[in-house]
Design a protein around this ligand. Structure first.
Ligand code: ADP
Ligand code: NG1
Ligand code: MG
Length: 472
């Protein structure tokens, strides 16, 4: 694990803050989770942890290919109230009990069922990641924990509720057992341990949830993990709108299929470039080892890959693998059944999206009269690429993006993994009120089932802070 410090203006290195410093809205939520904890366990929690969700402004499905992404933390978060209980049991309860029922397990039989993921498995990812990191030795038969959870990140909506839960669980475990882990280590290990749930995800969500600082978005680079604060241009605001199509990434195979397609495109491109395929695991590695600028990778993709889907047999032939070698080395549990792979389209999206991220950052830094227009255009191009090349959109999301643009957004795109979830739109300040009215009328009123969700489905957002431990 890299020990390199985050670059930029990382000012705070400690997670702990006095509870009295929590802002008043947060204190209200803390009181709700405290009351729930008290009702379930008959005492007050020892401390609280918050970890925020995030909105990715640009750079979709490229973190697991090694490329930099551009998210910011949002106000909505996962709150955890926790105490050691002196037994060998972990008792988990959730304020939204009807959605997320109580769960109890002994410390010696912890298990994450990736075939049937439940809410508490995400918590256990964070717990296990932390205890494995510190080695199990110090866990005793009295290391049990009582835990209450309250989440305000809309779930399964591309705003990273899952990773907020995993990060909060890892941080709560760290503090409960008096372990010392740096912010950068926590970000890396939370991203590794969310993979226990079965998704072969990248590191964006955990990095921003842990490392975010109020007031700026972050460019996040990987290998080694490092972050740079970027101030967003003035005059416009990012507005999130939820299509209200829910998609659970661990319970479906869409996400891992894309990871596999990128992996296969990597191998075939590496072979065609004469690289040692065993040294190359991500699309970014091909670009770097072949020493080709990222904006010229489009030409290479068009030279090497064909547009028609690749059959499993063809991929095995090109990579000189038997079918069973192919399955064991390149596929995952929920992608073993795959017979066809769209490699041209996925690789093209990744390289073009990676270039868009750097252009986005440069525009933010240069600040000109046309900055907002150029940022908006990049966002809309990113959505088109997610829809057409990466095929991770959804008809309702496409409709919502069009409505956002019609309502005055300078740019709009899906955010997060896609296949449902939210859009993020860049809206000039003076147009925000009309934008909200138009969207409510044209999207939310039309879809009757969404009426009751209106209050939480559409909201302006600004860059928030990262994970915190609150103590009395
Ligand atoms: P997202 O885009 O929100 O990260 P995922 O499909 O990755 O979507 O994760 C959603 C899952 O995270 C939910 O099905 C649930 O298991 C868990 N989750 C999200 N919010 C909460 C919450 N408030 N309490 C408990 N579990 C939650
Ligand atoms: P969401 O939609 O929050 O589950 C996922 C991945 C990210 C990234 C985006 C797409 C996890 C935990 N998160 O986010 O790493 O790949 O999709 O850009 O796997
Ligand atoms: Mg998630």
């Amino acid at each position: 694990m890299s020990k390199k410090l985050a670059t930029g203006t990382m000012t705070e290195t400690t997670f702990v803050k006095p509870l009295s410093l929590a802002e008043s809205k947060k204190k209200n939520y803390i009181n709700i989770v405290k009351t729930h904890f008290n009702k379930k366990f008959g005492s007050d929690p020892s401390f609280y942890v918050r970890a925020p969700g995030r909105v990715n402004l640009i750079g979709e499905h490229i973190d697991y290919c090694g490329y930099a992404v551009f998210p910011m933390a949002i106000e909505q978060d996962i709150l955890v109230a926790i105490s050691l209980n002196g037994s060998n049991k972990i008792n988990l309860t959730n304020v939204k009990e009807s959605l997320y029922p109580d769960f109890t397990t002994s410390l010696d039989v912890l298990k994450i069922d990736s075939l049937n993921p439940k809410w508490y498995h995400y918590y256990l990812c964070g717990f296990l990641g932390m205890v494995e990191h510190a080695s199990y030795d110090y866990l005793s038969s009295s290391s049990g924990l009582d835990i209450a959870v309250l989440g305000t990140v809309p779930p399964s909506a591309g705003l990273s509720s899952s990773s907020a839960l995993v990060c909060a669980a890892a941080l709560a475990t760290m503090h409960a057992y008096s372990l010392s882990v740096s912010k950068l280590e926590l970000a890396s290990l939370s991203s590794k341990c969310e993979r226990y749930i079965g998704t072969e995800g990248g590191g964006m969500d955990h990095a921003i949830s842990v490392l975010a600082e109020p007031g700026s978005a972050k460019l996040i680079e990987f290998n080694p993990l490092q972050t740079t604060n970027v101030l967003l241009p003035e005059g416009a605001i990012f507005v999130i709108a939820n299509s209200c199509v829910e998609i659970n990434k661990a319970a479906t195979s869409h996400y891992n299929i894309r990871v596999v397609e990128c992996r296969l495109a990597t191998q075939i491109l590496a072979k065609a470039c004469g690289l040692n395929v065993t040294e190359v695991s991500k699309l970014k590695d091909v670009q770097e080892f072949a020493n080709i600028p990222v904006d010229q990778m489009e030409k290479k993709v068009k030279e090497v890959l064909h547009e028609n889907p690749y059959s499993r047999t063809e991929v095995c032939q090109i990579l000189e693998l038997s079918d069973s070698e192919f399955e064991t080395t390149l596929l995952s549990a929920n992608t073993k059944f795959l017979q066809e792979f769209k490699l041209y389209q996925r690789a093209l999206h990744v390289y073009q999206e990676a270039s868009r991220v750097w252009r986005f950052k440069e525009i933010c830094e240069k600040k000109s009269e046309t900055s907002l227009l150029m940022l908006g255009q990049l966002m809309t191009e990113s959505h088109a690429s997610c829809r057409d090349l990466y095929e991770c959109s959804h008809p309702d999301l496409d409709e919502l993006v069009q409505l956002c643009l019609k309502a005055g957004a300078l740019g709009s795109r899906l955010t997060g993994a896609g296949w449902g979830g939210c859009t993020v739109s860049l809206v000039p300040f003076e147009k925000v009120d009309n934008f909200l009215v138009d969207l409510k009328k044209n999207y939310y009123s039309k879809h009757f089932r969404l009426q009751e969700l209106l209050d939480t489905a559409i909201f302006p957002t600004k860059p928030g802070g990262g994970a915190v431990i609150y103590e009395d």
